[in-house]
Design a protein around this ligand. Structure first.
Ligand code: 6PG
Length: 229
């Protein structure tokens, strides 16, 4: 039985190498899901870090009909706002491949945080467990839209978020338990601006990214810059 607190650190030369490794991990997880007769249910990370990996996936030739895409969080912005996590993923990858539209599940954050969280919770309740969850980490140790010092109801699958310290203030986030309800979880970390958050994590500080405990543990794909190596 894997220790649910196990965190495995995989170090790479730079952000490009992290992106290539991320794409490889995702494709491996997809192959496993399909071999086991499942649709591959993948939860995307937002922010900028995963964009390189998404661009690499846009050039892959695979059977996209077996893929189903969810999001770990979303910003409460108009559906076509370039600052939305869904718009970044569409432009970098998803609009360039043939995943069936019925298997692309953006968070309807344009409805407002409460309505979107309720609707998305209903949607994902029948999609658990996920096959793979991707997460980023903020300089303050946040992940998805789970920010330090913000409390949420433990019985929610998906949280409305307000007063987020990273703009925009209104967001929607899968809960820590929902994010942990997955066969594999990757945290993607690049850049020296993440060094302090990584150190806090390694030192055992209770930052949000450290609160996600899938049964299989956590794999961190990190470059030398984020370790100040
Ligand atoms: C968001 C993301 C957020 C992100 C981290 C890292 O909506 O901003 O969900 O959790 O993953 O802030 O962002 P970068 O990858 O841009 O550093």
């Amino acid at each position: 039985m894997t220790d649910t607190n196990e965190t495995r650190w995989h170090t790479y030369e730079d952000a490009d190498a992290v992106a290539q490794a991320t794409a490889n991990w995702i494709l491996d997880a997809a192959r496993i899901a399909v071999a086991e007769g499942r649709t591959f249910r993948l939860v995307l990370a937002g922010g900028r870090t995963p964009e390189k990996a998404y661009r690499l996936l846009s050039n892959v030739d695979t059977d996209w009909s077996t893929w189903e895409i969810f999001y770990g969080d979303e910003r409460c912005l108009a559906i076509d706002d370039s600052e939305r996590n869904s718009v970044m993923a569409l432009r970098a990858w998803l609009e360039k491949v043939d995943i069936p539209a019925s298997q692309l599940h953006p968070i309807p954050a344009e409805l407002g945080a409460e309505s979107a969280a309720a609707a998305y919770g209903d949607l994902i309740s029948s999609a658990l467990p996920f096959d793979l969850v991707l997460l980023g980490i903020g300089e303050d140790g946040h992940t998805a839209s789970l920010f330090p010092g913000q409390e949420h109801s433990a019985d929610e699958l998906v949280h409305p978020v307000h007063d987020a310290p990273k703009p925009p203030p209104d967001r929607v986030s899968l809960s820590r338990n929902t994010l942990a309800n997955t066969r594999r979880l990757l945290v993607l970390v690049t850049g020296d601006n993440k060094y302090n958050a990584v150190n806090a994590w390694k030192s055992g500080e209770s930052i949000p990214v450290a609160s996600i405990h899938p049964e299989s543990g956590v794999d961190v794909l990190i470059d030398h810059a984020a370790l100040k190596q």
